[in-house]
Design a protein. Structure first.
Length: 258
């Protein structure tokens, strides 16, 4: 699949070295965008940038650190001559009920998922507000809309991302900034994150097939989503096809939230 839906876009994608971030980078480049992959996984990020060619580059990015965000934005502008799009894709999922998860694990989840998205929005708005229009796409989750007892920290962080998105979107409207801010909510997408759960299930005595079926069974479509399906939605929210959409929730969840 290739085209020119993003031919004028210059994107910084956090978590761009793997998972939904990497799939989005591939789709963005295929649609004509220039993409900076921001990630702490230097080897993976550099390899993907090389695979994607001159329209892509890698820069280190610790989403928990404001200075790191500012450096990543500066690197994007220096390499590609501007910035139009920020995709906040970096994330972590640590399972645990309220009785099982510790405060340190809880704070770690919020630092990456929520603080990281906050900083991406804060630095992103600053970089985009004086430009020719821009878009910020945040990655939420079905578990930020509907609770899951064994995902205490993840639910809390992604619920925060959902409402943060709305607050930032409204602020941009009120200030007259030509910046749209939206949230894409994936269900269970077959990424490295889900592979971690599959490995944990196998270690606990389940079969790979049984763990996958467990994830699939809660989705009315009875399967896991693919990173490419999530990336397709992000392309839409980043493109000029969604110019009257802001503060929105776009689900890619096989009917989970229906």
């Amino acid at each position: 699949m290739s085209g020119s839906r993003l031919a004028t876009k210059i994107a910084l994608i956090s978590g761009g070295a793997s998972g939904i971030g990497a799939a989005s980078a591939r789709r963005f480049v295929a649609e004509g965008a220039q993409v900076m992959l921001g990630d702490l996984q230097a080897e993976k990020g550099a390899a993907l940038a090389q695979e994607l060619g001159p329209a892509a580059a890698y820069t280190p990015l610790d989403v928990r650190d404001e200075a790191s965000w500012r450096a990543a934005v500066a690197a994007t502008q220096a390499r590609f001559g501007g910035l139009t799009t920020v995709v906040n894709s970096a994330g972590v999922s640590i399972p645990g009920t309220i009785e099982e998860i510790g405060l340190e694990q809880f704070r770690h989840s919020l630092a990456i998922n929520l603080d990281g998205t906050f900083l991406g929005c804060k630095v992103g708005v600053e970089a985009l507000r004086g430009g020719r229009g821009g878009a910020i796409v945040n990655i939420g989750s079905t578990l930020g809309n509907r609770g899951g007892s064994i995902f205490t920290a993840y639910c809390a962080s992604k619920g925060g991302v959902r409402m943060l998105t709305k607050a930032v979107a409204l602020h941009c409207c009120e200030q007259g900034y030509d910046i749209r801010v939206n949230c894409m909510h994936p269900g269970a997408i077959h990424t490295e994150m889900v592979e971690g759960y599959i490995a944990a299930g196998i270690a606990a005595g389940a079969t790979r097939e049984a763990v996958i079926e467990g994830f699939a069974s809660v989705h009315p479509m009875k399967r896991l989503g693919t990173p490419e399906e999530a990336a397709n939605a992000i392309v839409f929210l980043a493109s000029d096809e969604s110019t009257f959409t802001t503060g929105g929730d776009l689900t890619v969840d096989g009917g989970y939230l229906a």
